[in-house]
Design a protein around this ligand. Structure first.
Ligand SMILES: [Zn+2]
Ligand SMILES: [Zn+2]
Length: 398
């Protein structure tokens, strides 16, 4: 690097290489180790890309790492996962990744979160981190992250790999195209096909494996980590553009996606009201409705984005059961009556006005995730209530 490329800024403090593991970063003019140390990154997916991103962030001395994944380790992961060992078979990926990340750098604080990000991680989580890195292997999960990030107006970094090819891209709501803008009709068809049957969806995601290599994973994850590092430093990034890497031909090029008119991701929740006393497990529907009415008047109601099943009734044998579960996460087999195998009818709700006979249910019992965000509406004005009391469920690091 020539002298001209070094920007003048803060004076460079050179530390003792014997005692400071970050010594070499001190020579980088813009690098602020204390900013990196104070930052929290959410890494979604602890597979091939996730392993590499976590490794890099740990080496750089990121302060807090929230690692999210639902999977367990199998031997076939070992060829691309620098943090996993042969003896880890059957363990949860997040637990092992967190442990090994800390082993790499004990300065790093970690939180391992094992679960389904679509239904079990509240939207608020995305507001309370400094960088969101998607290390995913399927469109459905990318679309979910994209919509979550858009909802709370936060940028996110996506990476994708196949054989020796890779894509790195950063999306920032209202700045250029988003991930959903890039989806074709064929992509939607595949996603809808999977959504139409949740059981099938899980099977397809697990079976539709894309061949990847440790080299493409480390190349793409390295660029993803650098984008996260820029976000953390507040440096310039290029939202809506992609970097494409072809390891067969060694072509590397950038492309800019067009913004899609009417893209369904393009909405941001505003205003979001933080409720530090409210948690999914301790707050009831009645209590949340009271808060909504205090803020928006007596006509305020609570609204959910998707339908929640309250009861399932069998028309054949008459058996009825209370359910309280999001319809979108019901498995095909659960539609069937456990007594006579008939197809059950569902009572649904997406709106709580105060007349319901289940107002004593907690938000968790209504299938609202911790740190979730729920809409309150009085017909003229909408506000978004965050279950901020759940912060520690996701954001307590050790
Ligand atoms: Zn879009
Ligand atoms: Zn029945």
């Amino acid at each position: 690097m020539s002298d001209e490329q070094i920007e003048t800024g803060e004076p460079i403090v050179i530390t003792d290489p014997d005692s400071d593991r970050y010594h070499t970063f001190g020579y980088i003019s813009w690098w602020q180790q204390e900013v990196v140390r104070d930052a929290t990154a959410l890494v979604v997916g602890a597979g091939a890309l996730g392993n590499e991103v976590l490794k890099n962030l740990a080496l750089m001395g990121i302060g807090n790492l929230l690692i999210a994944d639902f999977d367990t380790i199998e031997d076939s992961n070992l060829s691309r996962s620098v943090l996993f060992r042969e003896g880890d078979r059957g363990e949860r990926k997040v637990d092992v990744a967190a442990r090994r990340g800390k082993e790499l750098n004990p300065d790093v604080k970690v939180k391992a979160w094992h679960g389904d990000i679509n239904f079990e991680m509240g939207l608020g989580v995305f507001r309370h981190v400094d960088a969101i890195v998607g290390c995913l292997d399927n469109r459905e999960a990318r679309l979910s992250i994209n919509r979550f990030a858009y909802s709370v107006n936060r940028p996110w970094v996506d990476g994708a790999i196949q054989e020796l090819m890779g894509i790195v891209r950063l999306f920032w709501p209202w700045q250029g195209a988003c991930y959903e803008c890039t989806l074709t009709d064929a992509d939607y068809q595949m996603i809808n096909l999977r959504y139409s049957c949740p059981l099938l969806a899980r099977d397809n995601i697990l079976q539709g494996k894309v061949p990847t290599t440790p080299t493409s994973a480390s190349i793409v994850a390295a660029f993803q980590t650098q984008e996260a590092l820029k976000l953390i430093h507040g440096m310039e990034v290029e939202p809506g553009k992609a970097m494409l890497i072809n390891g067969l031909t060694n072509d590397v090029y950038k492309t800019e996606y067009p913004v899609k008119e009417g893209c369904m991701s393009h909405s941001t929740l505003e205003p979001i009201v933080e409720l530090p006393q409210v948690t999914a497990v301790t707050t009831t529907l009645a209590e949340l409705l009271t808060i909504a009415q205090e803020k928006l008047g007596p006509e305020a109601v609570i609204e959910f984005d998707g339908e929640i099943i309250t009861h399932m009734t069998c028309p054949d044998c008459g058996a009825s059961e209370s359910v309280f579960k999001k319809m979108a996460r019901l498995y095909e087999s659960e539609y069937r009556c456990p007594h006579c195998n008939g197809r059950r009818e569902m009572s649904l709700t997406h709106r709580i006005s105060g007349d319901e006979d289940f107002l004593d249910k907690t938000l968790a019992q209504m299938d609202i995730p911790p740190l979730g965000i729920v809409r309150a509406n009085n017909g003229r004005e909408k506000i978004y209530l965050e279950l901020t009391g759940d912060r520690e469920t996701f954001l307590t690091f050790s």
